[in-house]
Design a protein around this ligand. Sequence first.
Ligand SMILES: NC(=O)c1ccc[n+]([C@@H]2O[C@H](COP(=O)([O-])OP(=O)(O)OC[C@H]3O[C@@H](n4cnc5c(N)ncnc54)[C@H](O)[C@@H]3O)[C@@H](O)[C@H]2O)c1
Length: 267
Amino acid sequence: MDLGLSGQVAVVMGGANGIGKAIAHSFAAEGARVAVVDRDGAVNAVAAELGEGHLPVIVDVTDYPALQAAAARIESELGPVAHVVFTVGIDSGKGGFPFWNLEPSDWTRVYTVNVQGSVNAAHAFCRPMVHRRQGTFLFFSSVAGQIGSQTDPPYSASKAAIINFTQCAAKDFAPYNIRANAIAPGMVHTPLQQKVYALSIANLPEAERPTYDEWCTTKIARLAPLGRMVDPEEIGAYAVYLASNHARNVTGQVLNVDGGWVMHGGL
Ligand SMILES: NC(=O)c1ccc[n+]([C@@H]2O[C@H](COP(=O)([O-])OP(=O)(O)OC[C@H]3O[C@@H](n4cnc5c(N)ncnc54)[C@H](O)[C@@H]3O)[C@@H](O)[C@H]2O)c1
């Protein structure tokens, strides 16, 4: 299926690793010119992997003036931005339940990166797109944002806020022919997942610690009816589809790529 993205400019924030990196590859494979944005200097290697005509941009998404400058640079070097993907996300770095095991101050950084970062991205890129009356935004929620996950309450609540902001943005953008959707992954093999694993086994005696693969297999079998982990490349395929004109009537939606986890309702 030709997705019609060839020659269009896509911005992938969080593109240095994991899901964002896979999405950058998916847009490049469709012929889009990709700005790979991240605070991690690994964006240089990712943009080089994509080939000629792609732009690495190192910026912290919580620094709004710097993000505005990055947006202006991307428009001037790559051309009019058509698609904005925001995969940046962090956890609190602490085990979650009960929530009083965390301090209220543990919430601040998670909200600043996940929620304020999404809002910063929308502000930094939307005005020229509104003017041109064309484009798409894709934000990242999680199964955790829909079922009150105890794993990491600030992360869970931030991912719920992203669903709500996606819906607000979709309504505001619709008269300008711009769509906004969110993807909510289940368990994806990425560096973030490795961190969750490390946190989960930290308090177990060494002899009882499962390997990463054993931990994933047991957890996903318990939580998702399909019982399968998600590969980042699968998310890349949905991201380019949602950006394409084939999805022209899809806006304000949350696409769960979770093996049926949210439907199942467990955690
Ligand atoms: N991996 C999963 O199983 C899973 C499940 C559900 C939801 N998600 C969501 O999917 C998205 C991508 O997750 P991932 O697993 O690829 O994460 P990841 O940790 O592998 O990658 C996140 C990227 O964000 C970048 N980043 C972090 N803070 C930043 C900042 N302030 N400014 C700029 N860049 C910053 C990191 O450098 C990294 O490249 C996240 O929003 C995450 O919450 C992931």
